[in-house]
Design a protein around this ligand. Structure first.
Ligand SMILES: Nc1ncnc2c1ncn2[C@@H]1O[C@H](COP(=O)(O)OP(=O)(O)OP(=O)(O)O)[C@@H](O)[C@H]1O
Ligand SMILES: [Mg+2]
Length: 607
């Protein structure tokens, strides 16, 4: 259980509270012992009107005589002149014991809860920090849903499971030891009898318990099916409605819930049966012993009547911590699965890192040079770029074209170091990108892509994303350049309009204009445009293209595009095919020399 060790590292700063948990656990055990013990005195006082104080046994206290010693003191405390007063005292002690027992348990549980919540918070923060430091590649390989589940559910499950296990471990063994000692002291013969018969009885409840576990697991899986159906169809509602899938989806959802119902009911039947079984088994154990040893109990040879009451209550009191300790194992198993997912994510390495002494970047002056650059994404997908050589000069307008999957986006991703090439190198003004300060490097690029990410924040914060210190004048300026100023002013609160509930209501073109403004904020010398207009209708696309042409003046603009109509005759066109550079020249050159280029063009015209 390696993860428990790792979890305890999170606990270290909370040592004080954990000590508190231990002490309150101890207090709980003591007072629950007292409350049980006093119950017998109370019953005696109630029925006989007086409590006999037995002699204090001679010699040191041992397991054999501890019951006698306790009886002496508890009786002494309760015994009083009149019957009524004895009863009152007994009641007072019992109420007092219950009071402190509950206080202790409350203390322990709130301490446990505060530690649990704090550790959960620390784990979430740690995980988030790790995720923020991850490479983009990491997120491309994983489902966002899994990451969210790890940060929310797994952390919760891990902590709930472990916190519960820990508080049980701080309480239950103490209870078990103390109660066993008392039982042995009251009657070791009876206790031995119980210890012999109980395991046999335990098998019955054990079998029921493990069957319950299996049933729970199956039910959980069915609930998973229900929730993923729900998720899938709600997310895909447009498609469901467009293709009239409602009836079909409703039917298959009903089937999933019916399946879950069947399993849940089976589980519930068993779940409600287990405590009933446990109680019956307990009674049977006692009954068997009484049947066998009835004569000796009756004759008072083994037990006095008040001892018998104590014995029974202690025995049942033993049952709860025993059962809950047995559950600890299961709790840990659940926590283990969650822990694996959380800790694996935390341990995930990342590749794209800054060197120890990164070189600062001041601008883009001479050239970006790709030398024999190859890029492989993880997995079997093969190579996205092969031995690419390319030189990009300042102020150039470079258009990347090629069939889908030819590597255009991959090439763009290499420049701001979202990925590193697996072989070859990329130099900027003669320096390998890997030697540059990453944030410097990335601030050279303004990036606009096909899908626009808008955050639940104001227009202003969305444009100045990550730069809250940016002046309003600058924000307005870039918005004007992106021709977004006009529609922003028309929003209910202008630049302070929150896009949270509005983002969906902006048109595709408006969203794209916001992302252009964002890209221009730092006045980057290079613009990377990955299909900036392909999600838009063609007339909107043309307008956006016009804006992009305007803001591209005086900058290096590298565009990956399918929309060949936007290419100007003197643009430099780089034609990629299956990750290789097929042709490089002006539109006019390529039109004359490349069959593939002409084919791509003619396909466009048809479409
Ligand atoms: N994150 C990724 N993980 C694994 N493989 C990827 C990843 N991104 C792209 N690929 C693969 O790399 C190759 C090049 O993809 P890339 O996205 O660069 O092509 P593209 O020219 O931009 O295509 P499109 O025109 O469709 O945008 C493709 O075979 C693609 O399947
Ligand atoms: Mg692409």
């Amino acid at each position: 259980m390696n993860f428990v060790q790792r979890y305890t590292r999170y606990l270290r700063p909370h040592a004080f509270r954990i000590l508190g948990m231990f002490l309150s656990g101890l207090m709980f055990v003591l007072f629950s012992g007292v409350s049980i013990w006093m119950a017998a005195d109370f019953i005696q006082a109630l029925f006989t009107g007086k409590v006999l104080v037995p002699e204090l046994p001679e010699g040191p206290v041992t397991i054999a005589n501890v019951a006698e010693v306790l009886k002496h003191y508890s009786a002494q405390m309760v015994a009083a002149g009149s019957a009524l007063e004895t009863l009152q005292r007994a009641i007072l002690f019992i109420v007092g014991a219950f009071f402190f027992k509950n206080i202790a348990l409350y203390l322990q549980t709130i301490l446990a809860a505060s530690v649990e919540q704090r550790v959960a918070q620390q784990m979430r923060d740690g995980l988030y920090e790790k995720l923020m430091a991850q490479d983009l590649a990491f997120f491309h390989q994983r489902k966002t849903g899994d990451l969210v589940a790890a940060g929310v559910n797994d952390v919760l499950q891990l902590n709930a499971g472990l916190a519960e296990a820990f508080s049980k471990l701080l309480r239950d063994p103490l209870t078990i030891i103390m109660f066993l000692i008392l039982l042995l002291s009251i009657s070791w013969q009876m206790t031995l009898g119980v210890l012999v018969i109980a395991p046999i009885a335990g098998i019955v409840t054990g079998v029921a318990g493990s069957s319950l576990k299996r049933k729970s697991k199956r039910t959980q899986a069915r609930l998973g099916v229900v929730s993923s159906r729900l998720n899938e169809t709600l997310y895909g509602m447009r498609i469901v409605q467009a293709y009239g899938g409602q009836k079909h989806e409703t039917r298959s959802f009903d089937e999933a819930t019916e399946d879950h119902y069947q399993h849940a009911v089976k589980r519930e039947r068993l779940r409600r049966l287990v405590p009933r079984l446990e109680e019956m088994v307990g009674v049977l154990v006692i009954s068997v012993i009484l049947l066998v040893a009835g004569g000796r109990v009756l004759s008072g040879q083994w037990l006095q009547p008040d001892d018998f009451v104590r014995f029974l209550v202690l025995l049942f009191g033993l049952l709860t911590p025993l059962v809950s300790l047995a559950e600890v194992q299961a709790k840990l198993k659940v926590a283990e699965g969650a822990a694996e997912r959380v800790f694996d994510l935390m341990d995930e390495e990342h590749q794209i890192d800054e060197v120890a002494q990164p070189k600062p970047v001041t601008g883009f002056k001479k050239e970006i040079r790709l030398e024999k650059v190859s890029l492989q994404y993880g997995g079997e997908r093969g190579t996205a770029l092969h031995d690419l050589d390319l030189e990009i000069r300042p102020k150039e307008r470079l258009v990347l074209v090629g069939r889908s999957g030819s590597g255009k986006s991959s090439l763009l991703n290499l420049l701001p170091r979202f990925y590193d090439p697996h072989s070859g190198r990329i130099l900027m003004d003669g320096i390998d990108l890997r030697e540059l300060a990453i944030s410097d490097l990335r601030s050279l690029f303004g990036i606009v892509s096909q899908d626009v990410t808008l955050f639940h924040d104001t227009v202003r914060a969305n444009i100045a994303y990550g730069r809250p210190e940016m002046s309003m004048d600058r924000i307005r300026e870039v918005a004007k350049q992106a021709r977004a100023d006009e529609f922003i002013e028309e929003l209910p609160e202008g630049y302070d309009t929150n896009l949270g509930n509005l983002g969906e209501r902006l048109s595709g073109g408006q969203r794209q204009r916001l992302s252009i403004a964002r890209a221009l904020l730092l006045d980057p010398p290079i613009l990377l445009l990955d299909e900036p207009t392909s999600a838009l209708d063609s007339d909107v696309a043309e307008e956006i293209q016009k804006t992009l042409d305007e803001v591209g003046e005086g900058r290096t603009v590298i565009t990956a595009t399918h929309r060949l109509s936007a290419i100007r005759p003197d643009d430099r066109v780089v034609l990629l095919d299956e990750g290789r550079l097929l042709a490089d020249g002006t539109h006019t050159d390529l039109y004359a020399s490349s069959d593939l280029y002409r084919e791509l063009l003619s396909r466009q015209v048809e479409a």
